[in-house]
Ligand binder design. Structure first.
Ligand code: HEM
Length: 402
């Protein structure tokens, strides 16, 4: 087996749309990832993606961002504001867990802090299981925790959420309810299974657990990276402070620039299903591995200019290139949450009050509305449990300096 590595932006783009390359990053994380959308290939992937895509439509994202999410955001941030401080990772996980639970289809019946805490604990374990390949902890230990967490999740959250949806679907099938009365989430779509694809209970359990962790982990980290980059920018460019507080389109541009510098997964892995040549130096056979370095590709000077390593919200790009680089992937496994989290790209016709900013910008905006600032007595620390370059905790204070 030969391992090929590349950080060439154009080669990676070619690889991500190549149908003869299949997902390989999650082979280690099987306990949670086996058979879930992100690991599927070919026809099976196409069918599952088509079915689940019904949930991830632009009109719904806009509705969610403008109508549903602000309430959840206010409820989640309130206790932190009352306290005057937060660990941003903690806040980020709480808010994004609610977000992904809404999309995955997991009800929080009791709506108590303990219930949120319990789901959060499970989701964090799922995250560690999914990204096992980068974990510095003993893999057996993590796998055991994931197996136990899946059982608790099934009993406490999945079965009650499933039962409620099955009841609704029964009423729908009896014409008591109509299409608009159905919950808009992945679990409902899977239980309804209009395309009649092959799904069993265990697979549904892993799929929903995968959704809970995929969206929350990446969104929470993305928010913290963005805030950190913006703090640093404000330090050096005090002339932009006003825009950061009052110009949400500029703020969104900052978030997109940070997304480019900090892709949630710094690498993508693929294996060929047949011999193939991606480039004159990358001639692969079945069983070989291709490791694509998204982190460095997103800093490619040819694409993003000589200051590609730097955070620069004024960066000008060839309009054919993506503002966030390869952060949401492209091609076959393009992220379902891209427009939800990243929003739409603004142009000269954009009306700020109607624009879809994306959840990450909304979160950062809310933090600035509440005068977020670094805690001078508690420095942010890197996450030492993973090779991924994430923050482990990020203490902040709210309100003006006294
Ligand atoms: C900043 C936030 C996010 C980032 C950076 C991100 C990044 C990615 C990337 C890079 C992939 C493709 C992986 C590959 O090609 O191997 C992906 C796939 C996916 N993402 Fe996201 N994601 C984010 C948020 C979300 C959210 C909020 C959801 C759902 C609520 C979500 C759902 C998915 C799903 C379902 C896939 C699999 C698609 C498929 O395999 O066909 N993501 N994401």
């Amino acid at each position: 087996m030969t391992t090929f590595k590349t950080s060439n932006y154009e080669i990676i783009k070619k690889a991500l749309v190549n149908r003869d390359l299949k997902q390989a990053l999650y082979d280690e994380g099987k306990v949670i990832m086996e058979g879930v959308l992100l690991t599927l290939h070919g026809e099976e992937h196409h069918q599952r993606r088509k079915l689940e895509h019904k949930v991830f439509q632009r009109d719904f994202f806009k509705y969610y961002e403008h109508e549903l999410f602000p309430k959840t955001l206010n409820e989640t941030i309130s206790p932190f504001l009352r306290k005057g401080s937060a660990d941003l990772l903690d806040f980020g996980y709480r808010i994004t867990m609610n977000l992904t639970a809404d999309f995955a289809g997991i009800d929080r019946f009791k709506k108590t802090p303990e219930e949120t805490e319990n789901l959060l604990t499970l989701v964090k374990i799922f995250s560690q299981g999914a990204t096992l390949v980068h974990s510095k902890r003993p893999h057996d230990e993590v796998n055991m925790e994931v197996t136990e967490a899946l059982e608790v999740f099934e009993e406490k959250f999945l079965i009650p959420s499933k039962n409620r949806r099955l009841k609704i679907l029964k009423q729908f099938n009896e014409n008591i309810l109509n299409e608009n009365d159905l919950p808009r989430d992945v679990l409902t779509v899977l239980l309804r299974n209009v395309d009649g694809i092959n799904l069993d209970d265990d697979l549904i359990k892993r799929e929903i657990a995968f959704y809970l962790q995929a969206g929350s982990h990446s969104t929470a980290n993305s928010m913290v990276h963005a805030l950190h980059e913006i703090f640093e920018w404000m330090e050096k460019h005090s002339e932009d402070k006003e825009k950061i507080y009052n110009d949400p389109i500029f703020l969104q541009r900052c978030v997109h620039e940070s997304m480019r510098l900090h892709p949630a997964s710094p690498v993508a892995w693929r294996k060929p299903t047949c011999p193939l040549e991606l480039d004159k130096e990358i001639k692969m056979n079945q069983g070989d591995l291709l490791i694509m370095d998204l982190h460095n590709a997103n800093r490619d000077k040819e694409i993003f200019g000589n200051d590609a390593e730097e955070f620069n919200p004024y960066r000008e790009l060839d309009p054919n290139q993506s503002i966030w680089g390869l952060t949401f992937g492209i091609g076959l496994h393009l992220c379902f949450g891209r427009d939800l989290d990243g929003g739409l790209i603004a142009d000269e016709k954009t009306k700020p009050e109607k624009h879809q900013y994306g959840i990450v910008t909304l979160l950062v905006r809310k933090l600035f509305e509440n005068k977020v600032r670094l805690d001078p007595d508690n420095k942010p620390l890197k996450d030492m449990n993973t090779e991924r370059p994430n923050w482990g905790n990020y203490p902040v204070l709210f309100g003006e300096k006294k």
